[in-house]
Design a protein around this ligand. Structure first.
Ligand SMILES: [Zn+2]
Length: 399
């Protein structure tokens, strides 16, 4: 596969061009004087480099903009039309899809695309066909689609291209099958890490470089950006905060161990707590369904919270308090700039956050806690697909 960067990297100023691409990656614009300062070089040399990058279609002159000194220099940033990047989040029975341009702007988002990924090559290729069919509806120039990012649940090693949840028994990594199906470079990542990268790049963290993202969905996962880099650990298995053995609740976790954080702070925990209360006869708008033996899913519980069902709200508050205890510990360990709370339970923010913040304030070390801001996800349900798309661009530019 010919590299996207082949037309830019021809041996001349390659190192400088890489730095300029990475400076502009979050969508910032720079004057020639700014760039000369950043690269510690002369204005004539930076002018030559920028002109080459403009001619190759990677940078664009964004026009004159006000500067602090009142002068109006021309500003340069990424050329939005240099390419499109596709991000896919693989859910249990559906896909979410985002398309971003070269500046990171989101052009399209679509979720609830029905698809169930199973453990066969046909199924992986079927996912590619489903995504390609959807993307055709956006009428993008196919030759400008540069790469695809795919978020998968569970353990993912993006370097080897193997997922340990999907297509695990074969010798070929799932990434290679996806690349054959998309006919593009593909990067795979764990869902929580992809979401963390999306939030980091979308600006919720401002200029911060250490960001923890808690993905509070049916399970509980974490993505970490440490010193500006997405952290995967040795084999891509990092962030398993859901299986931190910190609770004394005698609950058996999905992993087979007892007392994992996920058993008290996740959608799964919320489901257990409310089912226990319904079993004791506590009144709720879910009582009738429970008595009839109908299945109550996470969506039902979240909609009960939205309708201000007191029993459901109390359960969300209990989850918030437990999650807050864990975050207090994380803050003490990592001293992060920002902790972002994301995932499906975000919609209960109004009830989840007060006990969460209370526990963090009570239990974390004051000096460390003062450094940290806790925010609710800005991208919400779009975080995964947008993150996957931005990450696929990031890895293409930084390989
Ligand atoms: Zn566990």
């Amino acid at each position: 596969m010919e590299s996207f960067l082949d037309s830019l990297f021809t041996g001349r100023y390659d190192a400088e061009k890489r730095i300029i691409l990475s400076l502009c990656e979050k969508g910032e614009a720079f004057s020639l004087a700014d760039l000369a300062r950043e690269l510690d070089t002369s204005i004539p040399k930076i002018t030559r480099i920028v002109t080459e990058m403009e001619n190759a279609g990677f940078l664009a002159d964004l026009g004159k903009q006000e500067s602090a000194s009142g002068r109006r220099p021309s500003m340069f940033g990424l050329n939005p039309n240099a390419g499109y990047f596709i991000g896919v989040e693989v859910g249990q029975n559906s896909l979410a899809l985002a398309v971003t341009d070269f500046t990171g702007r989101v052009l399209h988002f679509q979720d609830e695309i029905p698809y169930t990924l199973t453990n066969t090559e046909e199924s992986v290729l079927g996912l590619c066909a489903t995504v390609r069919k959807q993307v055709r509806r956006f009428h993008l120039n196919p030759s400008l689609i540069r790469s695809v990012g795919v978020n998968l649940t569970g353990r993912v090693n993006h370097q080897t291209g193997y997922s340990y949840s999907y297509y695990i028994s074969e010798e070929k990594p799932i990434r290679n099958i996806l690349e054959a199906g998309f006919e593009r470079p593909v990067c795979i990542e764990n869902d929580s890490r992809g979401m963390a990268f999306g939030e980091y790049m979308s600006g919720i963290a401002g200029d911060s470089h250490t960001v923890l993202f808690l993905n509070v969905g049916w399970g509980l996962g974490m993505g970490m950006v440490l010193d500006g880099k997405l952290f995967g650990g040795k084999s891509g298995f990092s962030g398993e905060i859901g299986h931190f053995p910190m609770l004394d609740n005698h609950q058996i976790c999905r992993c087979g161990k007892v007392g994992c954080l996920e058993t008290g702070a996740s959608g799964l925990a919320l489901h257990r707590l409310i089912t226990e209360r319904l079993g004791k006869g506590q009144p709720s708008i879910l009582s009738a369904a429970f008595k009839d033996g109908r299945e109550i899913n996470l969506g039902d519980i979240l909609s009960a919270v939205e309708k201000e069902d007191v029993t459901a709200i109390e359960c969300v508050e209990a989850v918030g308090a437990t999650l807050g205890r864990a975050i207090a510990g994380l803050i003490n360990i990592f001293n992060p700039d920002v902790v972002v709370i994301g995932g499906r339970l975000c919609v209960t923010e109004q009830y989840l956050m007060p006990p969460l913040l209370g526990a963090v304030n009570r239990l974390s070390l004051n000096l460390v806690n003062n450094d940290t801001v806790i925010k609710v996800s800005r991208l919400g349900k779009k975080a995964g697909a947008i993150g996957a798309s931005l990450l696929s661009k990031h890895r293409l530019l930084n390989q």
